[in-house]
Structures are given as C-alpha cells and as structure tokens.
Design a protein around this ligand. Structure first.
Ligand code: SAM
Length: 235
C-alpha cells in the first residue's frame, strides 16, 4: 500500500458499508449536528407508514444549504413523512419564508405537525394532505406564488408528473432536487421492470430533453446505503 501526501498509510476500508456509516457519523458530528427537534423528528419516523425513509442528516443539511445558496424564500416539498427534511428546509428559508409540503397519509402529516410544533416552525410550514399530484394541481390552479426550490421525495413512479408540476410552479433560477435516483445502481438497468426505477429513468429523460434545465446527478453512500440526488436549475 502506498503512502499518502501526509506520509500516512491509508486504511483501505472504503468498500465497507460500516465505513460509510462511520464517515457519515463523523461529518454529522462535526458539521451537521442535529438539535433535539431534529433528533425527535428522525426518531418519530417509526410512527409513520415508512419508517427510516427520511434523508440523512448530511443530506438534510445539503437541502438547507441549497435553499440558502439560492436565497429561497418559498420551498415546495413532495413527500413529508415525519417532516425531517421539511425542518431543514424551513430553517433555511428563515422567519419570513414558507415551506409547502405535500403528503398522502394523514397519519404521517399528524406526526410531522407535532415535529414542526416542537421545532417552533409551524408558522412557516403548510402541510397539504392528499395525493401530491392533486395538491400540486390545486396550487397551479390557485396561481400560487412561484417557489424558489422544489424537493421531490414522494412516490418515485410519479417523478415525471411532479417535475412537470414543479416547472409550472417555478421560474428562472429555481432549483429542483430529486431524491433516491440511484437506487443501489438500478437506475442504470435500462430494462428494469421496477416502476420506481422507471420513474427515475423517465424523469431523467425529461430533464435531459428540457431546453430550460441544467442538471447533474450525484451518487451518495452512507447511512442510507447507495443512492443519490438529481439537482436541476431552471435557466
Ligand atoms: N422527505 C421526507 C424526509 O426526508 O424526511 C421523506 C419522504 S418519504 C421518502 C416519502 C413520503 O411520500 C412518504 O411520507 C409517503 O407517504 C409520501 N407519499 C407517497 N406517495 C405519495 C403521494 N402520491 N402523494 C403524496 N405523498 C406521497
């Protein structure tokens, strides 16, 4: 094994999922520590219909940073669950910002509302319960004020419909983030019969074909396994 530039022999642990967890924990401890409200929100995922489906702390922090970089005042989220990612986003938009989050299940919305109250954020978050496609169409019909950042993290087969709605609800400069686009590498299987993978592949084609979007995808490993994000920006 060769020495690195510091003269130390690197430990070759990088293929192990345990090492991914260790690294996530290291950076979460140093850079993105959770306060009690975030810890409670993450733990309350156990009371929802999809335990353990929230983003990791470093991913929540990334969403918050993106919102701040964009200067987002209005954020739209598809898929609330217990509101863990919503809290990161709501903190990023500040006192005068607003997050509208769309959730199918009343059970999850109820858990999320308690978390928003605990985090003292209820006054800047709207939880719309019902199929996200319907809620988004209502926002379009009501001519909702444009959103600066959209986070798509609900049922994956509907990703293309959610992107289409996001494009109607945003303007130039808006950022659209789509979660869970790698799926243990399955996104690269062109003949996949998994509707969730097909939803990611279809939305990827839609983004690639859209002349007004710049985008990239980033693979991630960590406490959530091997997955990734698409980040797109409207020109
Ligand atoms: N964004 C959350 C976070 O990181 O804390 C996690 C969201 S979880 C991956 C997906 C959520 O989407 C679940 O709460 C699920 O009930 C919701 N969902 C699934 N299908 C939906 C639909 N058709 N409309 C709205 N929400 C839906």
């Amino acid at each position: 094994m060769t020495q690195n530039s510091l003269g130390a022999t690197p430990v070759n642990r990088y293929e192990s999922a345990t090492a991914w967890h260790d690294v996530d924990d290291y950076f979460a401890r140093h850079l993105t520590p959770e306060d009690p409200a975030l810890v409670a929100a993450r733990q309350s995922g156990a009371e929802t219909t999809m335990p353990n489906a929230e983003v990791a702390p470093n991913q929540g922090a990334l969403l918050g940073l993106l919102a701040q970089v964009v200067g987002a005042r209005r954020v739209l989220e598809f898929g609330t669950l217990a509101g863990y990612s919503t809290i990161w986003l709501a903190r990023a938009v500040g006192d005068h910002g607003r997050v509208v989050t769309l959730e199918l299940e009343e059970q999850n919305a109820e858990v999320a509302r308690k978390n928003f109250e605990r985090a003292d954020l209820m006054d800047r978050i709207d939880v719309l319960v019902g199929p996200a496609g319907d809620s988004a169409q209502r926002l379009i019909a009501e001519q909702a004020e444009p959103f600066d950042l959209v986070f798509i993290d609900a049922d994956k087969p509907s990703n293309p419909a959610y992107l289409a709605a996001a494009l109607q609800l945003t303007e130039s400069g808006a950022v659209i983030v789509i979660d869970n686009v790698v799926r243990n590498g399955a996104v690269a299987q062109v003949d996949s019969d998994d509707p969730r993978v097909q939803g990611v592949q279809a939305v990827t084609r839609d983004i690639a074909a859209h002349p007004g979007l710049d985008a990239t995808a980033i693979q991630t490993v960590g406490v959530k396994g091997w997955d990734g994000l698409i980040i797109a920006r409207r020109r």
